[in-house]
Write a protein that binds this ligand. Sequence first.
Ligand code: FA5
Length: 384
Amino acid sequence: MSAPNKSYDPVEVEALKPEQIERMRDEALAAFAAADSLDALHEAKVAHTGPTSPLALANREIGALPPHAKADAGKRVGQARGAVNKGLAARQAELEAERDARVLVEEAVDVTLPYDRVPAGARHPLTTMMERVADVFVSMGYEIAEGPEVEAEWFNFDALNFGPDHPARQMQDTFFVQTASNSGSAAGKGADSDGESGVVLRTHTSPVQARAMLDREPPVYVVCPGRVFRTDELDATHTPVFHQIELLAVDEGLTMADLKGTLDHMVQSLFGADMKTRLRPNYFPFTEPSAEMDMLCYVCKGESVGNPDRSCRTCSSEGWIELGGCGMVNPRVLTACGVDPEKYSGFAFGFGIERMLMFRHNVEDMRDMVEGDVRFTRPFGMEI
Ligand code: FA5
């Protein structure tokens, strides 16, 4: 800033001379007009309106004027700066409009172009879930075992201690492919070939237990995932074709404690380290003792029980979710499958994959799993 100018004649302060101020204004406006991009405009803006621009410096000279001259000089500089800011805003708006128009053209998407008409498929969540469960056991050293879906009645029932007239045969309503000539005979293993056994669509994966024991020498550690069939109507919680996964361990000295530990390990691997299971007495002809296995509700961890402020939809505030059946392999089954029950004992359990998928992913209707709509399967397909 210049030294105080006592004998003021504003016309003598070079930077404040009217023609100088007009020149500064006009140069600024010319620079804005010449800017052909927003970047160039920014540079012109810094040069002509920034703190070291000619007009800003002229403005600072006003402070050196005597009071009576400040108003006149201030008005001239102020008007010039106003015109410069207006010109800058106008050019900014023009260049932005040009840029927007250009982007619209350059980045336009032709929505009429044909899309990939064969979108990538997704794995069905039932497959993913079955593999996930099987992997838990494979990592413990179990072997995957499979059996036929069209099964001899002998394997499905007789080998598993369902007597010919045993009421348990009615527990599972069965699709018969061929009825037995000598119904339900347990006269020989695999009696389907000699006409004595009927042929059914297997009603559970437990016949694979019998096949595994007949195929191998103990110790036997197998996991058997597969499709099973029952004459149930398709509704929200039942389907006539569904999936089970079965586990069988036969070795010397196995007890219910091994079964319980294995169940706990499974639910902890699938649902988290703080999970556990409980066993309730039940009846299956092929296990003795038998139990229904429940797992702790993985959502509320049992905290919703008797707590009106914390209801849980997943377990209906019961704290536990029923998973399937289990027990120690009945010695009669071991004998029927050529295993010495005096030397070996075994445990087994099995449960439905559809039900597990329902509560693990809050699927409310089992029909969604069988209708083949990719809008249902696609989100699960992202799961690795
Ligand atoms: C059995 O099938 C036994 N084999 C399980 C077992 C294995 C017990 C080894 C002991 C030792 P259950 O009939 O309860 O048990 O069926 C097991 C599971 O299959 C049920 O818990 C349920 O999750 C599922 N399930 C049964 N019927 C249907 C159906 N119609 N639709 C979908 N899932 C079903």
